[in-house]
Design a protein around this ligand. Sequence first.
Ligand code: ATP
Length: 447
Amino acid sequence: MNDQQKMENIVSLAKRRGFIYPGSDVYGGLSGTWDFGPLGVTLKRNIMQLWWKMFVEERDDMYGVDAAILMNQKVWQASGHVATFTDPLVEDEVTHLRYRADHLLKDAGYSVDGLSLADMTKLIRDNNVKSPAGNDLSDVRTFNMMFKTTVGPVEDESSVSYLRPETAQGIFTNYKNVLDSFYPDLPFGLAQQGKAFRNEISPRDFIFRSREFEQMEIEYFVDPTKWEESFEHWRKQVWAWTTALGLPTESVHELEVPENDRAHYSKRTIDFEFDFPIGREELLGLAYRTDFDLGNIQRESGKNMEYTIKGTNNKFVPHVIEPSFGVERAVMAVLSSAYTEDEVNGEKRIFLKLPEHLAPVKLAVSPLLKNKPELVEKARAIYADLKKKYGAVMWDDNGNIGKRYRRQDEIGTPKCIVVDFTTLEDGTVTVRDRDTTEQKRVQPSEL
Ligand code: ATP
């Protein structure tokens, strides 16, 4: 199985088994949107809850927020998004389809690091780079990726708003509120999870690049003289996170982003890349954003963003370390490292080797035969008991036992429990392990 096949198999399994469907599928879809089905939403929530537990609940220097998606347009003017949140766009002169110029050039084997729009246009002209349809390309120009809308019944410049393209600004705009409510010691952080929207020029690669997705972001406010130690702290935390997701260490790579590729306000950025089946690509980012955002807010709002060190007159606008995590990319990394094919009794088997704490279904309970009321009754009782204890337990009596195992393997259920005639005699059930397919008899109380 090569990487492309693997990707296709994952997309197909995700749809077939109720993890992820194309958005608005029944009407022919809407490019760049995906819907999470019953198992996908649980997997996604397990990942998001794990993050919240690790980075908010288990720490005493972190505060959660949940800001509105629609924000005053001044937020996006001050942050620079209105002027510069752009990607380089190029158009096929014949079909008028539009593409990301940097992606086309990279796909054609050219390096685009640090190139301006004019440089990219020149590279296209000098090397006669064509569109995927083989046609000439326009000059490269910028395209702003924010979705624009208006708030309220009057459509004019003053009612313009945007669907947020990142959750970070909803954190910065609440920095002062949290400071006034809690006055935490420095360093401290604010965390937020939620939807972000980007009008990507060419969404692609399953959920990797979508137009609507979720982020989990932290803005960690620090004394400017101590930013390096906090950066190192978060760098280690990011590794703790990829380990908690069960991603193999050798598939995660740090990319120290060179200065001419960094956002202009960032003094240091590390992209954490993952070996996805689509190639080595960004999973999440860690950036030192200086006082760029709070400085902008202070200037544009006229409100003081300084932090005063308790018991002193020492005040300054804190600097910020930002670990920024994409939920869909985490889901895709987890799915692609879990996807496994092997052979059992001469037959090909597909299973998701999901870490137990992320698996959407932890246990499946079946009666061996569904037309034997005494087995069904006993299995139902065990199911009810386990469901009360663990929640994520599935009742499965569809098809024969082999089919049930195959289905549960495909959705990554770590253990299947079968109630059979021996259960009626001695109370034991069969427990079958997803990864080894080994079966053991145990008392339900030992589960
Ligand atoms: P890329 O270079 O891949 O476009 P980015 O550098 O623009 O990503 P950031 O602005 O740093 O991404 O966003 C932080 C995180 O949000 C990314 O690391 C990624 O996990 C996630 N993310 C960004 N854009 C998308 C998208 N279009 N679809 C899914 N996740 C995304």
